[in-house]
Design a protein around this ligand. Structure first.
Ligand code: CDP
Ligand code: CDP
Length: 224
């Protein structure tokens, strides 16, 4: 593998990006960057400040004042996101954040600021970054690019299991609606829509375990 390489991973909600990216980063000793967490952090802080998420200029001005940092807890490879000195990780999966994030992520000013911050995290190489536009927009020159997919029902069932294990209360119908809405918004938005980069390796994870997906990616990165 070339020195200072980056790995870009994109895909729809529940395709396994975070889990796989975290494990891959651990195995390769790289920094794991969850860009969805950054869009969720903006959404959480906008809602907390009482700004109307539909007020584009207010949301953009607010976002431009946000500074992000990643705190890595070794050896487990856990990374916490901090924003303007506040730890935001515990709030990012709140239902209202999940409901509003795609709307905020569609705003040009928000994306421009976050993309700048994401490129700073990756400027020296050595990151596994996952999201929706990493291979296409944020790090188009990254050495390895993957696009994960899985059947919608499998993605829904996996996310449901994850949220239940986390003690969250919701109905399956609510979750289905929220994931479908976000996927639609992410696919159809004008700026940086969800799509595979032309040189990305597409992996269908419908019937693969996390370990199988990670092993496949490692083989590709190592050229074996
Ligand atoms: O974990 P899940 O795949 O459900 O979502 P996430 O990765 O936490 O991303 C939350 C939302 O942030 C997505 O639905 C997108 O609207 C937005 N996002 C984005 O627009 N661009 C990225 N690079 C990452 C996330
Ligand atoms: O980040 P993204 O929304 O793409 O998905 P995730 O949060 O990494 O994965 C959603 C759930 O599916 C997690 O609980 C994973 O452990 C699980 N998963 C799985 O069972 N098999 C895979 N091949 C990938 C993920």
């Amino acid at each position: 593998m070339p020195p200072g390489f980056n790995i870009a991973i994109d895909g729809p909600a529940g395709s396994g990006k975070s889990t796989v990216a975290r494990k891959l980063a651990q195995k390769l000793g790289l920094l794991y960057v969850d860009t969805g967490a950054m869009y969720r952090a903006v959404t959480y802080l906008v809602l907390k400040s009482g700004i109307d998420p539909a007020d584009e200029s207010a949301v953009t001005a607010f976002t431009q004042g946000l500074r992000f940092s990643l705190v890595r807890f070794l050896p487990k490879g856990v990374v916490d996101l901090w924003c303007n000195g506040e730890e935001v990780t515990p709030y990012l999966r709140e239902p209202e954040v999940s409901r509003r994030v795609a709307e905020i992520a569609a705003l040009r000013g928000v994306r421009e600021h976050l993309v700048r911050c994401q490129r700073l995290f990756a400027r020296k190489g050595g990151v596994v970054m996952e999201g929706r536009d990493i291979g296409t927009v944020v790090l188009p020159d990254s050495e390895y690019k993957f696009f994960l997919t899985a059947a919608p029902d499998v993605r829904l069932a996996r996310r449901e299991k994850e949220l239940l294990a986390d003690g969250r209360h919701f109905t399956k119908e609510e979750l289905r609606r929220e994931m479908n809405y976000r996927d639609e918004m992410d696919l159809k938005r004008e700026i940086a829509p969800l799509k595979p980069a032309s040189d990305a390796v597409v992996i269908d994870c419908t019937s693969l375990t996390v370990e199988e997906v990670v092993a496949k990616m490692l083989r590709i990165c190592r050229g074996v």
